[in-house]
Structure formats: C-alpha cells, structure tokens
Design a protein around this ligand. Structure first.
Ligand code: NAD
Length: 337
C-alpha cells in the first residue's frame, strides 16, 4: 500500500512545529511535506529534531502562490492537507491587516481551490481514488467574538469576530464551509482556544512574561489584566487535531479547549511564582509586573465548550494549566539561558 502523503502548511510556526514531530511519531507510513513561507513567525530550528527524518521534507513557499501549490499537488499527489499557515498575532493585525487578509483569506481559498480541482471532477463527484482525501482547516475560537462573565462558545455560537485577525480567520472558515456545501468537498475545521507551550514565538504573552522576567525587565500586562482566555497546552491541541483529522465528520467543525480559564494577571503571577522557585533572585519576579495601555478592541473573555469533541471522538486534555505551564517554563529557561 502507498504511504499517505500530507501537505502541512505553516509547519515552521508554533503549533505546526509541535504537530509534525508528534504526527510523524504516531504514523510510520505517512509522509509530510511542510510548505512554509518562513515569515518572521516561522523558525526551522523548531523542526531540527525531524529535519533529516525520511518521511519529512520542507518547501519554502507561499500558500498564495497558485503555480507553486498546483505544482506541489501534481508532483506529490497529496492525500490530505492540514492547514496551519496564517498570520496569527492580533496586535500585528491591528497595525498591518493587509497580510492577514492575503494569507488567511486568499491563501486558504487558493489551497482549497487547488485541492478541489485535483481531487474532484465536479460538485459532489470525486475523481477515482480521491474519495477519502481530506482538507483540515485549523482555526481559532476568536471567530466567535467575546463573552461576558458567563457562557461558553459552542460550535453553534454565531460568528462575531472583532479584530482583523479573527475576521480574516472567520472568512477563511466560511470559505472552507462553502466548499463542503457547494462542492461536497471532504473538509473539517477545528476552532481552538489559546495555545501555549514550547516553540511559541517570543512576541506572544507567555514567552514574553518569561523572557522579560528573567531579563529583569518590566512584565507588561494589558489594561487591568482581567482579560480571560481558555488556555490549552499545545500538545493537547495536536492530539485533538489528529482525532478530528482521522475521525471527524466531513463538513463539521469541532471546538477544542481544555476548560482552563485564566486571566492575564493570574498567568503573570503564576509564572513569577514558578520562576521564583526555578531561578531564585532577590525579591520576587512579581515586582516586575507593570500595567500598560489596553489593546484596542480587546476581547474580554473566551471560553470553549469542548463537549462535542469529547463525546463524539473521545478527546480529553492531558494537561491542566498548572502542569502545562511548568513544562513550558522548563523549556523556555533552557532556551533563554
Ligand atoms: P504562527 O504564527 O506561530 O505560525 C504560522 C506559520 O505560518 C509560520 O511558520 C509562518 O511562516 C507561516 N506562514 C505565514 N504566512 C504564510 C504564507 N503566506 N504561506 C506559507 N506559510 C505562511 O501560528 P500558530 O500559533 O502556530 O498558529 C497556527 C494556526 O493555528 C493558525 O491558523 C492560527 O490561526 C491557529 N490557531 C492558533 C492558536 C494559538 O493560540 N496560537 C489558537 C487557535 C488557532
């Protein structure tokens, strides 16, 4: 039997570079081609551990490049696409939304459309042998907008994106949805809460707190630090993606989140507490916490109802925030020291 060949996009980023080694380790007869533009957010050193793996290869390129994507589909006869590539940082989307519209919306359309043309003859008609070829779109809970003090996002919550980032992801989700309803393409979408863990870019909240703390700098916290996110350890997200990819129902969406709601101030305090033990200094790292002007349009609270993926597919998070953050701190102390 032919090995499966999967196109992974954006695999040099945070989640993709955790996903690829996990997936290669889990499936011996699967080849992964990683297509990544290597923007500032992509870092091949995150993939060093598998760079010479016989089932892995890397291609530097843009998902918006139609000729390149068509060429890759022709040469590799992909069995599936797992699509991580995106501009992902909300603050950047406020300053420079163009790249978000281009990559997140047009890039997703480009991949989908090439996949459809390669795998299907027409609406609801697959080419022979292409019946099980699948497009898995990785998305975010930010498409649902913001919550008040109570309530959870379910798969049926209406979309209400508030930042250029979440609006571009919401648009891409709708395009994926339309390829299922219009053409009958085999697609699944996962909407996950905030991830944390090894290999995340320095600009994001948790690496920033750790880095600034050990460098003796101010630890910046937006507004009053009361904004709440539902934090999920990145490997738990990867395991959820794997389950949905293998067993999710075509055309469906699945929310992934670990019921670990924490506000930003709690996170900063917790990290400082753990650093006080791991890398003691005179006084506590907590003294470096400083409140800065809030992000414009800062969503107050995100929280996921993950009961669909739990009950239908048997997914369960292995880490809670307190166990995951310890592993994360250990990884960053090793990186920054
Ligand atoms: P990231 O910013 O760390 O990585 C994105 C990767 O995509 C980078 O390697 C970058 O070089 C690549 N890329 C960007 N534009 C490209 C283009 N035009 N062509 C090819 N490659 C390109 O992002 P991440 O945190 O790993 O997120 C991955 C996916 O998961 C994104 O779709 C994001 O929306 C989604 N997501 C992220 C989180 C989170 O907390 N990080 C949560 C839920 C969903």
């Amino acid at each position: 039997m032919k090995d499966k060949v999967i196109l992974v996009t954006g695999g040099a980023g945070f989640i993709g570079s955790n996903f690829i080694p996990y997936f290669l380790d889990s499936y011996k007869y699967t080849k992964i081609i990683n297509l990544d533009k290597l923007t500032y957010a992509g870092d091949l050193s995150n993939l060093e551990e598998i760079s010479s793996h016989s089932n892995y290869s890397f291609i530097e390129g843009d998902i918006c490049d139609r000729n390149l994507v068509e060429h890759l589909f022709k040469v590799h006869d992909f069995d599936a696409v797992i699509h991580f590539a995106a501009e992902s940082h909300v603050d950047n989307s406020i300053k420079n939304p163009d790249a978000f519209i281009q990559t997140n919306i047009f890039g997703t359309f480009n991949l989908l459309d090439v996949a459809k043309n390669c795998w299907m003859v027409g609406a609801n008609e697959f080419k022979k042998g292409c019946e099980s070829k699948r497009f898995h779109h990785i998305s975010t809970d930010e498409v649902y907008g913001t919550l008040g003090e109570v309530g959870l996002f379910t798969e049926d919550t209406p979309y209400a994106p508030n930042s250029p980032y979440s609006a571009s992801k919401a648009s891409s989700d709708f395009i994926v949805r339309s390829y299922f309803h219009t053409y009958g393409m085999n697609v699944v979408t996962t909407n996950c809460s905030n991830n944390y863990g090894p290999k995340q870019h320095n600009e994001k909240l948790i690496p920033t707190i750790i880095r600034k703390a050990i460098n003796g700098e101010q630890i910046p916290i937006y507004g009053d630090g009361k904004n709440i996110r539902d934090w999920l350890y990145v490997l738990d997200h990867c395991k959820g993606i794997d389950l949905v990819f293998q067993k999710g129902k075509s055309g469906d969406t699945y929310n992934i989140g670990g019921y670990n709601e924490r506000d930003n101030l709690y996170i900063a305090n917790k990290i400082c507490e753990l650093l006080d033990k791991a890398k003691p200094k005179q006084g506590s790292y907590k003294e470096q916490i400083a409140f800065v002007n809030d992000r414009p349009g800062h969503d107050f609270r995100y929280a996921i109802d993950a009961s669909k993926i739990e009950t239908e597919l048997g997914w369960v998070a292995d880490e809670n925030f307190e166990t995951g953050i310890q592993k994360t701190i250990d990884w960053y102390l090793n990186k920054y020291n």
